[in-house]
Design a binder for this molecule. Structure first.
Ligand code: OSB
Ligand code: MG
Length: 369
């Protein structure tokens, strides 16, 4: 394809309630959307960076900058760029995987629209529904947590994940087990602990959690393998798995018994598939993580989660989990599942008036020659 130009659009969507994690509290989703025009066809992508570098080193304004200065010009210089070659063309630029992923997604969307092919068909996915889990933020009180989780269970969510941090870990889990019994339950620490906290994880071992997500720092792959030998609950890595190479290392070191695959964090859906493939051949279960996606990318995650190695429910909730009004038609829960989109393309298209309402800024990067 020959790219005519790339539009970067920052949007702001209020959240239905603040989302509190060990790295901070968010009450709106400021997101970067990508619209690429190539061979006269439009493709959409979503950049899942947060507005601040608190989950990963990437952030919205940084993604805009690196795309405008380096990534977009490199892609436009290649007159026959394809989504499959985005990774290699952008390889000289170190890091910035979330930004790269958003461009790959937009190009793949344009490509599949031209080919009248759905993302599921492209991936070879035939499942129509994938089980839906929900990520529950840190609540002001245990009672509020118990109520919030009860509401999600009533809605049909098939797995509950709660965010933990020092001081909000064993007691919230104990309360949920005593109120709801043997529900599928897991916790996510977002790197808030060190090996000195091993007693917390040993106490959590009593509660039959599905997994503990990212207890230690992003670059502590070796220390996760040390921790794994001291506890019985499986360790699942999120932040640490930035590429297929990192996944291979974590598996070889027994640092991850389970892997959370986020297409943005690993540089795109194509790298996500490679991680799925290598985890599957190593017998490591995977599930699809979330980054408060808008409707643009939510369905693409559902399609990815239709691959056979995704044997645990993902953080792919209904749009209403985060947004009263999304930029697209919302994704809804159907018997605790999200439907894998059957339409051509990767993205669900935004509703133009809705998009304009929540747009904060737009810039168009034209092709120069
Ligand atoms: O660690 O999985 C995480 C959201 C933003 C950044 C990191 C994480 C999360 C979530 C939300 O847990 C998952 C979702 O989008 O439903
Ligand atoms: Mg996580």
């Amino acid at each position: 394809m020959r790219i005519d130009g790339i539009e970067l659009r920052v949007v702001s969507l209020p959240l239905v309630s603040p989302f509190v994690t060990s790295f901070g509290s968010q009450s709106e989703r400021i997101a970067l959307l990508i619209r690429v025009v190539a061979d006269g066809v439009e493709g959409w992508g979503e950049c899942v960076a947060l507005p601040e570098p608190v989950y990963s080193s990437e952030y919205v304004a940084g993604a805009v900058d690196v795309i405008e200065r380096f990534l977009a010009p490199a892609l436009m210089a290649d007159e026959s760029i394809t989504a499959e070659r985005v990774g290699e063309v952008l390889e000289p630029f170190v890091g910035h995987r979330i930004a790269k992923a958003s461009l790959e997604m937009a190009l793949l969307d344009a490509q599949l629209r031209t080919a009248h092919q759905s993302f599921a068909a492209y991936l070879g996915v035939t499942k129509e529904l994938v089980p839906s889990g929900v990520s529950v933020g840190i609540q002001p009180t245990i009672d509020e947590l118990v109520t919030a989780v009860g509401d999600y269970l009533d809605e049909g969510y098939q797995r509950i994940k709660i965010k933990i941090r020092p001081g909000w870990d064993v007691e919230p889990v104990r309360a949920l087990r005593s109120e709801y019994g043997a529900i599928p339950l897991q916790v996510d620490a977002n790197s808030a602990y060190t090996l000195d906290d091993v007693v917390v994880f040993q106490e959590l071992d009593d509660f039959e959690l599905l997994l503990i997500e990212q207890p230690l720092y992003e670059d502590d792959i070796r220390l996760h393998s040390v921790l794994a030998r001291m506890i019985s609950t499986p360790i699942c890595l999120d932040e640490s798995i930035v590429s297929a190479r990192a996944a291979a290392d974590a598996i070889a070191l027994d640092a991850a018994q389970i892997i959370n695959i986020k297409p943005g964090r690993v540089g795109g859906y194509l790298e996500a598939v490679r991680i799925h493939d290598l985890a599957r051949s190593a017998g490591i279960p995977v599930w699809c993580g979330g980054m408060l996606e808008t409707g643009i990318a939510r369905g693409a995650n559902a399609a990815l989660a239709g691959l056979p190695g995704f044997t645990l429910p993902g953080d792919i909730s209904a749009s209403a989990r985060f947004y009263r009004e999304d930029v697209t038609e919302p994704f809804e829960l159907e018997n605790g599942c999200i439907r894998v989109p059957a339409e051509a393309g990767v993205a669900r298209l935004p509703i133009p008036e809705r998009l304009d309402e929540c747009t904060v800024s737009t810039r168009w990067i034209p092709r120069v020659s």
